[in-house]
Design a protein around this ligand. Structure first.
Ligand SMILES: C[S@@+](CC[C@H](N)C(=O)[O-])C[C@H]1O[C@@H](n2cnc3c(N)ncnc32)[C@H](O)[C@@H]1O
Length: 256
């Protein structure tokens, strides 16, 4: 146990993956779905007012009358997808949380909406000139490693029709905060585990890579797991030069 724990306490390599599934874990995904649907927290999805404003903004910059088909990558339980569908887009949603996609599908039956949801890793999509708009919302792009971002950009570019739009959000350097380290004992279980656990939480900055790691080391009776959430901070120039490498042009970066 000591060795396992001390391995995780050293700073991981840039973009090291979590030691166990996070989004699609049977237990964690239950709490994640609760967090997505909790209108009082920004933890998993942003709050409803923000979702409304950003869906309206997207419908303004890519009007559904002209940009008919929309692919929402990392759609979660469909909070944006439902809004896009109501705005008039023909919507496809992709997410690799089985629980979130299950919930999203139930909602289409409940509301009679016609959204096409797929349980899939978005790094494996294989569409060619099929969508007018592709969205990836809530800092997912910046959580990916350099190689995965490049691979995804290529897939998105291929999936878009000529003159299609890729709309996504990232953090900027101004949102960067310091480092921290704390621990908490969850006697009756909590977000990461049903049984009692200790969570060692930290934020590390990788200055040379403009990247932050939020790390959760979870110690249970059964062992230790380490969950890593990466977030790269982009200047407008850095982001533009990255997306241009695969062919994107007419790029607009809006500071919100
Ligand atoms: C922060 S949540 C945002 C959900 C949604 N976009 C929103 O703003 O409400 C990130 C979502 O991306 C999904 N996700 C992360 N990596 C993924 C991948 N490689 N393929 C498919 N879905 C992924 C997660 O399951 C989760 O639902």
């Amino acid at each position: 146990m000591f060795e396992e724990l001390s391995n995780f306490l050293a700073a991981p390599e840039l973009y090291a993956p979590s030691s166990a599934p996070f989004w699609d874990d049977e237990y964690i995904s239950k709490n994640m779905l609760k967090a997505h649907l909790d209108s009082n927290t920004d933890a998993a999805s942003r709050k409803p007012g923000f979702l409304d404003r950003s869906a309206n903004w997207i419908a303004k910059i890519a009007p559904p009358a002209q940009y008919t088909s929309l692919l929402d990558l990392g759609c979660g339980p469909g909070l944006y997808a439902e809004r896009f569908s109501a705005a008039g887009y023909s919507v496809t949603g992709v997410d690799f949380s089985r629980r979130s996609i299950g919930y999203a599908k139930e909602q289409t039956l409940l509301h009679g909406t016609n959204i096409d949801y797929h349980y899939q890793d978005y790094l494996t999509i294989d569409y060619t000139e099929q969508f007018d708009v592709i969205t990836l919302i809530y800092l997912d792009y910046a959580a990916l490693s350099d190689n995965h971002r490049l691979a995804l950009l290529k897939k998105v570019y291929q999936a878009l029709k000529p003159n299609g739009k890729f709309i996504f959000d990232v953090s900027t350097p101004i949102m960067r905060k310091g480092e921290m380290c704390s621990w908490k004992y969850y006697e009756n279980g909590g977000f990461f585990s049903e049984g009692p656990y200790i969570c060692l939480e930290s934020v590390r900055q990788y200055d040379e890579a403009s990247t932050k790691l939020s790390q959760y080391i979870v110690v249970t009776e059964d062992g230790v797991e380490c969950y890593c959430i990466w977030d790269r901070f982009f200047t407008k120039e850095a982001l533009l030069s990255e997306v241009q490498t695969v062919g994107f042009r007419c790029i607009d970066a809006t500071l919100l």
